[in-house]
Write a protein that binds this ligand. Structure first.
Ligand code: AMO
Length: 439
């Protein structure tokens, strides 16, 4: 038995082996998904990143040593097979491999803490504890292939639209988003925090003259509550755009969402099928509904909501039942939005902030920003914050800050919309929630 790769290299992934390769010799590498020993013939399902292929080992056609080696193989061991492609009307995918050499690269311990064949359903906590095994399930990894494609397409879209990628610090000195708490950390002899949002930095970049920036990076929120929509670390897709208003960046967001959906539909059809998702691309423009109207609609559904309040979970559910899949909520009360949000000139109680919703899930929020220093200082004070703690941020507004707008889109929540996951944990490799810090 050998455990070294030597000069063996994979020639094909399972999904690339088809009847066109009949009689050719291929080298496949992966994990032993299933093994069925019928005495005179052994069937092995070999799983790699992209699928599953059948290795058929009839005792009459292969050497006794190889047959014995195959018979001894354990589930989930890492193996490499060299063999000939043969058409088969019984094997999944219409082809099978008649092996001629085998390398066992690493044996798996048995019993497994979790079965990657998806035959037995496990609880989410058990799955997350053994996430490496859980992620071997095709139906679990499909979510991450879709997320990867979505992020790729978002990046391409933003680059094509003149946005420059930036990387801002995640070790920060102050809060930006009211409502959620900060994670304090020890920064040498001082206290610092994990960044809740690149908000202040992306705005400073407008004063720096970069015009359009984006960042795709982690944000940290010390959310106490344990829900299916919140985590303590998520990826935020952020943009900021100068000489633009809230409507301009809403248009950008709408185009980005549609582009990403189309792109996933085009490139991830196998993964969508695995997840049993019939991805629909919204036709026409996203609906835009005023906050005041939302309050009335929510009340009409029998859920109590007063003007000036944020949407409760019950209110989100009520409005989600009325509206189409993707829609914007605009005209939010100024008081419940962060200090950097611009109040409406004609009606300062209302702000130029918006949320993008998917059914009952908020996936993005954004706004026209305050770019005038005096108003910004007033807004900071009104929210009970101390302008002194924002000294370096405020300086950027004193020496030529253009009007600007932007938004933040939660990558995991957007992935939930695309993949139909109802638990955000399904869209993060190693989720961080109130109770979980490992693996
Ligand atoms: P907000 O706080 O609304 O806005 O966050 C933007 C988006 O990030 C996602 N998100 C989360 N997802 C899961 N769990 C969480 N705990 C969590 N927190 C946020 C959501 C949300 O819509 N600075 C502004 C953005 C801006 O105005 O540019 C901000 O951070 O999808």
């Amino acid at each position: 038995m050998t455990y070294s790769l030597g000069d063996w290299r994979r020639t094909h992934y399972s999904k690339n082996v088809d009847s066109k390769l009949k009689d050719e010799t291929v080298t496949l590498m992966g994990w032993v998904h299933e093994i069925r020993d019928l005495g005179g013939i052994i069937f092995v399902l070999l799983r790699d990143r992209d699928g599953i292929i059948q290795i058929t080992a009839p005792s009459k056609k292969i050497s006794p040593e190889l047959f014995e080696e195959i018979r001894k193989m354990k589930k989930e061991s890492v193996v490499a097979f060299r063999g000939k492609v043969q058409g088969s009307n019984k094997a999944p995918g219409g082809v099978e491999i008649i092996p001629d050499k085998l390398k066992v690269l690493n044996e798996s311990k048995l019993p497994l803490p979790l079965d990657p064949t998806e035959k037995v359903r496990a609880e989410i906590d058990t799955r997350l504890d053994s996430r490496f095994l859980d992620l071997r399930k095709p139906g679990v990894s499909a979510v991450f292939k879709i997320k990867s494609r979505m992020l790729h397409s978002v990046r391409l879209f933003l680059e094509d639209n003149g946005f420059i990628e930036v990387n801002t610090p995640k070790l920060v000195a102050s809060a930006t988003e009211g409502g959620t708490e900060l994670f304090p950390i020890t920064y040498f002899e001082r206290e610092a925090f994990l960044g809740q949002s690149p908000q202040l930095y992306k705005q400073i970049m407008m004063s720096a003259g970069f015009d359009r920036v984006y960042e795709i990076a982690p944000i940290f929120r010390a959310e106490e509550h344990d829900t299916l929509r919140h985590l303590n670390e998520v990826i935020s897709i952020d943009i900021e755009s100068s000489f633009s208003n809230e409507k301009d960046v809403m248009n950008t967001l709408e185009k980005l969402v549609k582009t990403a959906l189309n792109d996933v539909l085009e490139h991830c059809s196998d993964d969508l099928k695995l997840l049993d998702v019939d991805l629909q691309i919204p036709k026409g423009s996203f609906a835009r509904i005023e906050y005041d109207e939302v309050v009335d609609l929510v009340n009409s559904k029998g859920v109590q909501m007063r003007h000036g309040e944020d949407l409760s979970r019950a209110a989100e559910k009520a409005i989600g039942e009325i509206m189409d899949d993707y829609y914007f909520v605009t005209g939010w009360p100024t008081d419940i939005k962060p200090f950097y949000v611009m109040p409406d000139e004609n009606d300062p109680e209302r702000s130029l902030a918006f949320d993008l919703m998917y059914k009952d899930l908020e996936i993005s929020s954004g706004a026209m920003r305050v770019h005038k220093m005096d108003l910004l200082v007033e807004r900071i004070k009104n929210q009970g914050l101390n302008p002194d703690s924002f000294e370096r941020y405020l300086a950027a507004f004193e020496y030529g800050m253009p009007p600007h707008a932007g938004w933040g889109l939660g990558a995991e929540r957007f992935t939930m919309c695309i993949t139909g996951s109802n638990n955000i944990r399904e869209t993060v490799l190693f989720p961080r929630d109130r109770r979980r810090l490992t693996p």
